[in-house]
Design a protein around this ligand. Structure first.
Ligand SMILES: NC(=O)c1ccc[n+]([C@@H]2O[C@H](COP(=O)([O-])OP(=O)(O)OC[C@H]3O[C@@H](n4cnc5c(N)ncnc54)[C@H](OP(=O)(O)O)[C@@H]3O)[C@@H](O)[C@H]2O)c1
Length: 412
């Protein structure tokens, strides 16, 4: 049933970005994340689950027949984060959006087309959605119904990107952050330490190359990826665990990893400072943040994080508002088409039994109902009969599927 599609989500629209971290699953690595998601799926009796954390939202998209009550939401997020602050728990209904059925699908389409993003039209979301789906599919968390909704969301988003100007003059969280970095008046030969070598820092790196920054050291958990990025930047690469021993000082720290705890702790920051006193620039685009709050509070830092990009993003929204309306019209068409696709899918699933049952009829006819007559046939006739039965079997499998599909279409 379409009504079984449910979304629980926390986004930039309903809370400060730094609070989103409280609703994200904290796991040391992908193995631990898989185990946590499996436990969530089993514990809450979800049929299918897709988990999507991005820089301005965390989304749990699942299918279940259960009603989503306030109690369900509280228990769900206490399970996601057993250390959820009491303040967050008491305001949970203001912060968590709960969407069901068509509203959930509409939200999924809005997210994929990037009209619900902090930076409207940012295409990174499609890549993030694809990666999230692939991972949940591979882990057996998402199944056919989530796949159907996901595929429709991707097709709809592509239609929006190709038929509107929403993604024109590509603006992203990263480009806005770099704009702020440039406004900070950083010297071209400023000493830059980059921590993390994932997609986000790769985008940051392209801007650093464009603006000719040339003194960069990249630290990453996997050294090979740090080396690749350093090569692009004409910089040096080091493994992440070499960071505490780094003694050459810095002017700018760019930190963005998938770690769900602070990578730059007060102790590490103090050690990186090497006793230098001047103002530093730091970019932290991770959700949850990768630079500890205590570092930002107790040091002289021009701190650039996603929340601070909100006003720049709003200016971007004003520019694209007209396009958002166009996008909504396109998405509506794809949303309206979905119930038919859904029924066809249900039908396909129901029809999976057809081949086995037809095979069983053939087997029974030959081996029980007409057994005596078949035994009296000569070899050549028997072979002809087998060939005819095989032909009939093949043709019969396709007929019910075709008829049922036509019936669904006729009813729409
Ligand atoms: N993609 C965007 O457009 C975008 C924009 C703004 C903010 N963000 C946020 O940026 C963060 C990273 O996103 P991404 O898309 O760049 O991710 P990504 O491409 O998956 O890369 C993740 C990076 O973090 C490192 N990493 C992962 N877990 C770690 C851990 N436990 N300890 C240390 N390093 C770890 C990875 O190291 P290995 O190479 O060793 O795996 C890799 O360098 C997320 O919080 C995301 O929400 C993303």
């Amino acid at each position: 049933m379409l009504a079984n599609y449910k979304i629980l989500t926390v986004t930039h629209k309903h809370t400060q970005l730094k609070e989103i971290g409280d609703f994200v699953i904290k796991a040391a690595d992908s193995r631990a994340l898989k185990a946590r998601l499996e436990a969530l799926k089993a514990g809450f009796q979800l049929d299918e689950l897709l988990y999507l954390p991005t820089c301005n939202r965390v989304m749990y998209f699942f299918t279940t027949a259960q009603p989503i009550t306030s109690q369900f939401i509280s228990r769900f997020f206490q399970s996601v984060n057993p250390e959820l602050p009491t303040a967050a728990l008491s305001q949970i209904e203001d912060v968590v959006q709960c969407l069901e059925g068509e509203a959930a699908l509409e939200h999924l389409l809005d997210v994929s087309a990037s009209i619900d993003s902090l930076v409207i039209g940012e295409r990174q979301i499609l890549r993030q959605l694809r990666e999230a789906f692939d991972q949940c599919w591979e882990w057996g968390l998402a199944g056919n119904f989530i796949r159907l909704a996901y595929q429709q969301a991707v097709v709809a988003a592509k239609a929006v990107y190709s038929n509107t100007r929403i993604g024109e003059k590509q603006i992203s969280v990263v480009s806005l952050a770099v704009q702020k970095l440039l406004n900070a008046g950083l010297n071209k030969n400023a000493r830059i330490l980059m921590v993390g070598a994932g997609q986000t820092n790769q985008l940051v790196a392209k801007f650093l190359v464009k603006h000719a920054f040339d003194d960069i050291v990249v630290f990453n958990r996997t050294l090979g990826k740090a080396e690749q990025l350093a090569a692009l930047l004409g910089g040096k690469a080091q493994p992440l665990d070499a960071l505490p021993a780094y003694t050459s000082g810095f002017d700018c720290l760019i930190v963005c990893t998938g770690a769900t705890n602070a990578v730059i702790t007060p102790e590490l920051y103090a050690s990186l400072l090497q006793g230098e006193k001047g103002r530093k620039v730091a970019i932290d685009l991770a959700v949850p943040r990768n630079i500890s709050e205590a570092v930002v509070e107790n040091n002289d830092i021009n701190y650039i994080e996603i929340e601070g990009l909100r006003h720049l993003a709003e200016a971007n929204l004003a520019f694209r508002e007209q396009e958002v309306e166009e996008a909504r019209m396109i998405l509506k068409e794809y949303l309206q088409e979905f119930p038919t696709l859904f029924k066809q899918r249900q039908l396909e699933i129901a029809m999976r039994r057809v081949p086995t049952e037809i095979k069983a009829v053939r087997h029974k006819a030959v081996n029980e109902v007409f057994r005596k007559e078949v035994e009296m046939l000569d070899g050549q006739t028997r072979e002809l009969m087998e060939r005819m039965l095989a032909y009939m079997e093949k043709k019969c499998i396709g007929i019910p599927m075709k008829v049922a599909r036509e019936a669904v279409m006729a009813r729409e």
